[in-house]
Design a protein around this ligand. Structure first.
Ligand code: NAP
Ligand code: ZN
Ligand code: ZN
Length: 354
């Protein structure tokens, strides 16, 4: 086993602190990755604070990992030592069910092995004696089937957030048919939201940002949005009623879904990717214009690779604020205030030096 420096939360109220974990030597089909950068997702905050319930402690978060292969198993053929690679939100799945066979491992019938706050597996089932630990650490061992190729031309710190924020917004934009001229609204300009804007624009859509932070107007337009709607004033919901084909809702805190649904045109769809506390829903707003409410969860390995290649082809990458690992607790506080421009990314060199 390889003793590996990390940062972990030991309980829901503890915050993150230095911690030591063990990584395994790569098996035949596995690669050992020296982690270079790890993005900070709001899901890290939800899980460290046990806001979704069932959190497994100690927890080493981090599922937006970019690094370099330092060792490859004897049967590994997809990657070799020196390759720049990524690991996203999961590191394994059952490999047998319909979802896994369809390349949508995130919906595995037996549960994916999430990159952290989950378990490695023994064949189809979880091995509950082996928790997974994420990217707030200096290295990780993963089956190469669950590893992505980072295309040349994207700065590595700007590529890391694509592994979650990128795929989580790319997948529903594609699935719900965004194309040239589609009228898309992105609700919440944070890590996911800013990627939603960039990707929808790259697909040719007309994009509006709906934000409860009026100060983000300039940034929204700079990121490529065609319009900015400040949502603190109720009038905004009257002025923009029946306007959008697709609303991508990335908000992490509770808000009134009914008000946003009223902004959809006939047959329009609102896709939830943000996961706040349960929120009441009125049927009328859906019924009256045959509107749809949907959800979406990250994306499979194949689609994640497609997204990375799309980003390289279209010059899309995340706008990041690179931090040292010692600044992580402060970064969480800033995320909770909506003060992130637009993704924190940990320079893992700071953990090696710690
Ligand atoms: P983030 O960077 O913190 O951004 C969330 C944004 O939501 C904020 O920047 C803010 O934008 C808006 N917001 C925050 N509090 C609000 C409030 N009280 N009312 C209205 N808007 C508010 O978070 P993120 O990393 O993008 O993640 C967003 C959510 O997606 C989280 O719940 C996360 O767990 C979830 N997520 C889901 C998936 C999936 O597969 N479905 C994957 C990753 C993350 P404005 O200031 O512009 O209003
Ligand atoms: Zn995430
Ligand atoms: Zn499966």
């Amino acid at each position: 086993m390889l003793k590996t420096p990390a940062y972990a939360a030991t309980s829901a109220s503890a915050g993150l602190a230095p911690f030591s974990i063990e990584r395994r030597e790569p098996g035949a089909h596995e690669v050992l990755i020296d982690i270079l950068y790890c993005g900070v997702c709001h899901s890290d905050v939800h899980q460290v604070r046990d806001e979704w319930g069932g959190s497994i402690f100690p927890m080493v978060p981090g599922h937006e990992i970019v690094g370099r292969v330092s060792k490859a198993g004897v049967e590994a053929g997809k990657f070799k030592v020196g390759n720049i690679v990524g690991v996203g939100c999961f590191v394994d799945s059952c490999r047998q069910c319909g979802a896994c066979n369809a390349g949508e491992e995130q919906f595995c019938d037996h549960g994916m092995s999430a990159t952290y706050n989950s378990y490695e597996r023994n064949g189809v089932d979880y091995d509950r004696s082996r928790p997974t630990y994420g990217g707030y650490s200096t290295r990780i061992t993963v089956d190469e089937k669950y590893v992505l190729r980072i295309p040349a031309g994207i700065a590595l710190e700007r590529a890391a957030p694509l592994l979650c924020a990128g795929i989580t917004t790319y997948s529903p934009l594609r699935r719900f048919g965004v194309k040239a001229g589609s009228k898309v609204a992105v609700v919440g300009l944070g890590g996911l939201g800013h990627m939603g804007v960039k990707l929808a624009k790259a697909m040719g859509a007309e994009v509006a940002v709906l934000s409860h932070s009026p100060g983000k107007r300039e940034d929204a337009l700079r990121l490529g949005a065609d319009d900015f709607v400040a949502t603190r004033k109720k009038q905004a919901f009257k002025d923009h009623a029946n306007r959008f084909d697709l609303i991508l809702d990335t908000v992490s805190a509770q808000h009134d879904y009914n008000a946003y649904l009223g902004l959809l045109r006939l047959d329009g769809t609102m896709v939830l990717v943000g996961m706040p506390e349960p929120t009441p829903l009125a049927a009328g707003v859906l019924i009256m214009r045959r509107r749809r409410l949907a959800g979406s969860l990250i994306g499979g390995i194949r689609e994640t690779q497609e997204m990375l290649d799309f980003c390289a082809a279209h010059g899309v990458a995340s706008d990041v604020e690179v931090i040292d690992i010692g600044e992580i607790n402060e970064a969480y506080e800033r995320m909770l205030k909506g003060d992130v421009r637009y993704r924190f990314v940990i320079d893992i060199a700071s953990l090696r030096a710690d």
